[in-house]
Design a binder for this molecule. Sequence first.
Ligand SMILES: Cc1cc2nc3c(=O)[nH]c(=O)nc-3n(C[C@H](O)[C@H](O)[C@H](O)COP(=O)(O)OP(=O)(O)OC[C@H]3O[C@@H](n4cnc5c(N)ncnc54)[C@H](O)[C@@H]3O)c2cc1C
Length: 387
Amino acid sequence: MTQSYDLLVLGSGPAGSAAAITAAQAGLSVALIDKSAFPRDKLCGGGLTGRSVRYMAEVFGMTPDTALFLPSTQFRLTFAGRVIGHEAEAPVLQMTMRRDFDAALHVRAQSSGVTVFAPVKLSQIDTDAPSVTLSDGRCLRGRILIGADGANSAVARALYGRAFDPAEIGFGLEVELDRELTEDNTTEIDLGAAHWGYGWVFPKNGSITLGVGGVHAKNPDMKAHFRNYLAQHAPQFDAEKLRCKGAFLPFGAYRKTPGRGPVLLAGDAAGLVDPITGEGIAWAMKSGQFAGQAAAEALQSGTPPMAAYMARLGYIHREMAAARRIRALIYATPVRNYFPGAVERNPSMTRSYLRLLAGDLDYADLGHRVLWRIARRLGGTMLRRPA
Ligand SMILES: Cc1cc2nc3c(=O)[nH]c(=O)nc-3n(C[C@H](O)[C@H](O)[C@H](O)COP(=O)(O)OP(=O)(O)OC[C@H]3O[C@@H](n4cnc5c(N)ncnc54)[C@H](O)[C@@H]3O)c2cc1C
């Protein structure tokens, strides 16, 4: 049995729900397909930056109410346990559990008139038709397919043979700790907890999330980094006995052309995770919205959707590319050695990091500052500050 829609969206995380609601609001008939029933768990720090909160409001009409979010306004930057920056009144970070957050987005998408198929198992994806066949034999056909099915995207595998480049992918390990351990609502980022990555302590309403993550190839023993970071914060726990979980994240390995023909990729499936901060929720919602808009525009004009999508993605891709260049610089050994001390001596660097997280500063701005500091450090006082 075949059912036809204007648009098929595979995956109902932040990217898929954003694509589905945007396309439905533009008048398209949309099938939203997920392997899980909602609510479902998703391994993630659950930290929403100011940018994420803006996109959540724009796409889903939602504000960060206290039932779903814990606002954190105290921030601590550390390096291997040493405090190098502290802000008592940082731009607010909204902390949530992805199980509840994703379910709320999914319900919003569903109530916009989208037809939901979840939980379902796929037996085939045809990226030319495009269509997906479910394990019960039903075939869902669309004029356009959006793959928003995460880091290990089945749609990306159908297009390219593999979902990501193992040399580029990031990996994170996390555990939820008892909220009663502390009443402190400070968010912590530790830039020395892993190579080409960091450790984090995120306070939540019902728990505290502690994790480490970074480029997988640079951290062959991420578990050891996790054990060290856990021992710094909660030495009473044995890492081996905790329910610690791991997941991949496409840490800045974005696809220059995300999709082909009638297929677009969004969110993690398109590799849209910030290579320095690991932020992915904002870019998932924004790219999902762009993919939904591009689908509507393409069906109206009778043109392939990729051109309309690429025209919208430009800013995100420029940010990802700039962040990758900065990352290669700040993690290079000579700079990495001087970086913690430099941050400690210059509180403005912690504030810049926070403004970046808040979305008030972008990598194009930050790139010039970072380059200037590094050049001054390496070149001594001979250099003059650029006008
Ligand atoms: C350890 C860790 C910590 C992180 N912390 C943060 C953070 O604090 N803040 C932040 O902004 N980002 C964080 N991220 C990144 C963030 O989790 C992702 O970037 C974000 O979830 C991407 O959203 P998405 O919709 O693209 O994919 P996902 O959220 O992964 O959603 C994909 C959906 O597709 C479905 N799916 C997958 N395969 C199939 C299939 N074959 N058939 C049907 N459905 C399928 C899944 O069930 C899921 O619902 C973190 C990531 C990790 C791994």
